[in-house]
Design a protein around this ligand. Structure first.
Ligand SMILES: NC(=O)C1=CN([C@@H]2O[C@H](COP(=O)(O)OP(=O)(O)OC[C@H]3O[C@@H](n4cnc5c(N)ncnc54)[C@H](OP(=O)(O)O)[C@@H]3O)[C@@H](O)[C@H]2O)C=CC1
Ligand SMILES: O=C(O)[C@@H]1CCC=N1
Length: 297
């Protein structure tokens, strides 16, 4: 599989691995929603949360079995021990401890996929049995609606087949890029954190509409549909090689028209620098958390 290219979905019959989702918050929940919308059956999935209240809520939401680690100290080990693919979906500072907790319960060859920012492959591998396949990922929440982006970094013991299995699972709900670990902080700055940038833009567009006298629901719908349509159009044109973002932007700007005035306002208020600073801030924070957690060991 080549570096930084979207995987195409293979035409051979999809695998039906048993899946464990350890932690079922925003990110693992989004992955699960995407999996359940594709070829994965609820019976294939066991999940855990920390608290019983979350477990009950998530079991109802997704129609799967969810156990709370707070109530059942064996919950993570039991779910992981049955699984072929295990998604570690807790906060970064909890990933290594979670990997250590499940280590001797894992089936040999089961693939451990971390979704955490900043936790390097070697940190996870060090907590697991020698030879256990690990894949570090950076997904994003639009996987929940089939429009996600995921970066995958295969670990030392992950085979091409392991990577293909995970790429196929996640590729049903988004674009998958197999990347080098040196690229993952930058990917985090663009696509991992990026949905929040789009949501923030939508918030501000809608707020401006309210300031101009629109009711909030109308302004919010106009902003959301515009970002959705523009994103879909951009993806289609980039895939076809017919236009890029700059070209599509220029096509909306009539000379001396409304959009040209708006883009000048963005430039006058420093939008290009602000966006680049934001992507850099996310990428650098990812690297910084890695350093913090390494030095805490
Ligand atoms: N949110 C995002 O957009 C993205 C997040 N990520 C990564 O995903 C990971 C999770 O983030 P996010 O989903 O936002 O966080 P959330 O707080 O939404 O979810 C964390 C989940 O982990 C559960 N949990 C905590 N400790 C344990 C434990 N010991 N055993 C089992 N479950 C446990 C929590 O249960 P409970 O609710 O009961 O406490 C909760 O379900 C992070 O590492 C983050 O870097 C990556 C890309 C994007
Ligand atoms: O904010 C975070 O740290 C996580 C990682 C990328 C998106 N959310």
């Amino acid at each position: 599989m080549s570096t930084s290219t979207s995987t195409s979905t293979s035409t051979s019959s999809p695998p039906s691995p048993q899946i464990a989702m350890l932690g079922l918050g925003s990110m693992n929940g989004a992955i699960l929603a995407g999996l359940l919308d594709s070829a994965v059956n609820p019976e294939q999935v066991r999940a855990t949360t920390r608290s019983a209240a979350t477990a009950v809520q998530r079991a109802q939401q997704y129609g799967i079995t969810v156990h709370a680690e707070q109530d059942d100290a064996e919950a993570n080990r039991s779910a992981a021990g049955d699984a072929d693919v295990i998604f570690l979906g807790v906060k970064p500072h909890g990933i290594v401890a979670l990997a250590a907790e499940i280590a001797d319960a894992l089936k040999p060859g089961a693939v451990v996929v971390s979704v955490a920012a900043a936790i390097s492959v070697d940190m996870i591998e060090a907590a697991l049995p020698q030879g256990q396949p690990v894949i570090r990922s950076m997904p994003n929440t639009p996987l929940s609606v089939g429009l996600g982006v995921v970066g995958l970094v295969p670990g030392t013991h992950a085979s091409a087949q392991d990577t293909e299995t995970v790429a196929r699972l996640l590729g049903a709900s988004g674009a998958v890029h197999v990347i080098e670990e040196s690229q993952i902080d930058a990917l985090t700055g663009i696509s991992g954190s990026g949905p929040a940038y789009a949501f923030y833009l939508a918030e501000q567009m809608a707020e401006a509409g309210v300031q101009l006298g629109l009711d909030r629901a109308l302004a919010a719908d106009l902003a959301a549909q515009t970002i959705y349509g523009a994103g879909k159009m951009l993806v289609a044109h980039q895939a076809a090689g017919t236009a890029d973002a700059a070209g599509l932007r220029r096509a909306v700007c009539s000379p001396n028209g409304t959009t040209e005035r708006a883009i000048h306002a963005f430039d006058d208020h420093g939008l290009p620098a602000a966006v680049q600073a934001a992507v850099n801030a996310s990428a650098h924070r990812s690297a910084e958390i890695t350093d913090e957690l390494r030095s805490a060991d």
